[in-house]
Design a protein around this ligand. Structure first.
Ligand code: AP5
Length: 222
């Protein structure tokens, strides 16, 4: 018998390191990375009606309405690659209504990872963040600088990565986090996100290996 593919959720405040850890997790576990923020930014870049509406909320650091986000994420989860390889859901759900909707569609995660980082560190991470439009890789001017001059020259910044806007995103996060956590309490793993990105990954990796080990053990018993 083959084990079911992994279904993972990762959550945390803005700039707590979700995207950075997702790069490392997908490299090792080959899960399909589904980031609500990335899906929304793709709509904004494509200039769709949903994108235009979404941007109004993203600029204020508020949650984009469920009628846009819920369908978008659900459709991505239903794609054959997510079903076959398993998924890594990043930045969703962010409210109890989103969590309830997901459950209603039959999507239940195996594990809910929460990255814990205090507020004073988050602002510095956001302001120094840069993105490589060619590879999609996430950098930080101080903590994860680009490898070459060529990459450094083409780095871009997100439109909502200012000190003022991250504070608004943080308010939204703080308002909703407890409601989401209460729905996944029994499968939540809290990870100290202030450690180096390698050390954060070591902890996440241990939790995922443990989960796979438990599954294998229960299959072996059958
Ligand atoms: P989204 O794109 O999800 O933004 P966010 O939650 O604010 O999170 P970030 O992407 O900013 O940070 P991250 O945790 O991925 O950190 P990263 O790894 O880049 O959402 C944007 C907007 O879209 C929302 O405000 C909302 O409007 C809308 N939206 C999204 N999802 C929605 C939903 N479900 N419903 C409704 N609306 C939704 O790291 C940050 C920086 O720190 C980088 O520079 C990195 O290099 C550095 N870094 C990372 N780890 C470390 C480390 N361990 N040590 C030192 N530096 C590190």
């Amino acid at each position: 018998i083959k084990a079911e593919p992994l279904k993972v959720m990762i959550s945390g405040a803005p700039a707590s390191g979700k995207g950075t850890q997702c790069e490392l997790i997908t490299k090792k576990y080959d899960l399909v990375h589904i980031a609500a923020g990335d899906l929304l930014r793709a709509e904004v870049a494509a200039g769709t009606e949903n994108g235009r509406r979404a941007k109004e909320y993203m600029e204020k650091g508020q949650l984009v309405p469920d009628e846009i986000v819920v369908t978008m994420v659900k459709e991505r989860l239903l794609q054959p690659d997510s079903q076959e390889k398993g998924w890594l859901l990043d930045g969703y759900p962010r409210s109890s209504s989103q969590a309830t909707a997901l459950k209603g569609f039959g999507f239940q995660p195996d594990i809910f990872i929460l990255l814990e980082v205090p507020e004073e560190i988050l602002v510095e991470r956001v302001v120094g963040r840069r993105l490589d439009p060619v590879t999609g890789k996430i950098y930080h001017l101080k903590y994860s600088p680009p490898e070459t001059e060529e990459i450094a020259a083409r780095l871009t910044q997100r439109f909502d990565d200012t000190e003022e806007k991250v504070k608004l995103r943080l308010l939204t996060h703080n308002k909703n986090v407890e409601a989401v956590l209460s729905m996944y309490g029994d499968i939540t793993v809290r990870v100290d996100g202030t450690l180096s990105k390698e050390d954060v990954f070591t902890r996440i990796d241990a939790a995922l290996r443990n989960l796979l080990g438990q599954r294998q053990a229960s299959i072996d018993l059958k």
